[in-house]
Design a protein around this ligand. Structure first.
Ligand code: 5RP
Length: 237
């Protein structure tokens, strides 16, 4: 049955509610950022809500590392100081979105193709916070799993991966080619080890629970906080 006009007015379009949830999760994460922090900034539409929320706080001495040219440009346009990761060294905190979040704490990232830099930045941070709207929380991880591959011999690498296809996308800023692994994920630890064993695979989009300090998932009721397995400071312990 088609919804009545009254019902349609009461229920905002799904995409509006999703944006509201992304904004709510992003704003909750922005509150974790403190004066003087060295902060890693992820990539994507959820992080797009994070950047103004951080900029609005007018924090003193905040120094940021960006995971993509798009994030770098957006952060700079808001007046945030962006520097190369190697200038900043260890980060206090990194905040990023995710494509899927499993109850086990495993993530799939890289829908935006930035997972290699995102993993480096997350691993460089004492605390890593994931922000997402409700539909990103899943019972189990499902394909695609993003890949970044060396261009040399890419067809041979793809053949060794299993069922996978190259994305119709420009090379990454680091010259890698983006692809997606299309078979079932099964045990993420096993798949992660398989992908890491293959020459030509630069990085994959599976993030282990040990990388994650805190997950902030917004739904229609508010922002739910789930502690991750990473416990090494960053003011979140
Ligand atoms: C980019 C990513 C993003 O964090 C992920 O794709 C989620 O994006 P969005 O916030 O737009 O849903 O991993 O490489």
């Amino acid at each position: 049955m088609a919804p009545s006009r009254a019902t349609a007015r009461q229920q905002p379009p799904l995409s509006d509610e999703r944006e509201r949830q992304k904004r709510a999760a992003a704003r909750a994460a922005a509150e974790l950022v403190k004066d003087g922090m060295r902060l890693g900034l992820g990539t994507g539409t959820t992080v797009a809500h994070l950047l103004p929320a951080i900029a609005e706080r007018g924090l003193e001495g905040l120094r940021c590392a960006a995971t993509s040219p798009a994030t770098e440009a957006a952060a700079r346009a808001l007046g945030l100081a962006v520097e190369p990761l190697d200038e900043l060294g260890e980060l206090d905190l990194a905040i990023d979105g995710a494509d899927e979040i499993a109850p086990s704490g495993w993530l799939i990232k890289g829908g935006g193709g930035a997972h290699t830099r995102e993993k480096i930045v997350a691993a460089s941070a004492r605390a890593f916070v994931v922000i997402a709207s409700a539909e990103k929380a899943v019972y189990e991880l499902t394909p695609p799993v993003p890949l970044e591959l060396i261009a040399f011999g890419v067809k041979r690498t793809l053949a060794s991966v299993g069922e996978a296809r190259l994305r119709e996308a420009p090379p990454t800023p680091d010259g890698g080619l983006l692809a997606d692994y299309l078979e079932q994920v099964g045990d993420p630890a096993e798949l992660s080890a398989h992908l890491e064993s293959l020459p030509g695979v630069i990085e994959h989009g599976l993030f282990a629970p040990q990388m994650v300090s805190l997950v902030l998932i917004a739904d229609e009721h508010g922002v739910r906080r789930t502690r991750g397995a990473k416990r090494n400071g960053g003011g979140l312990d």
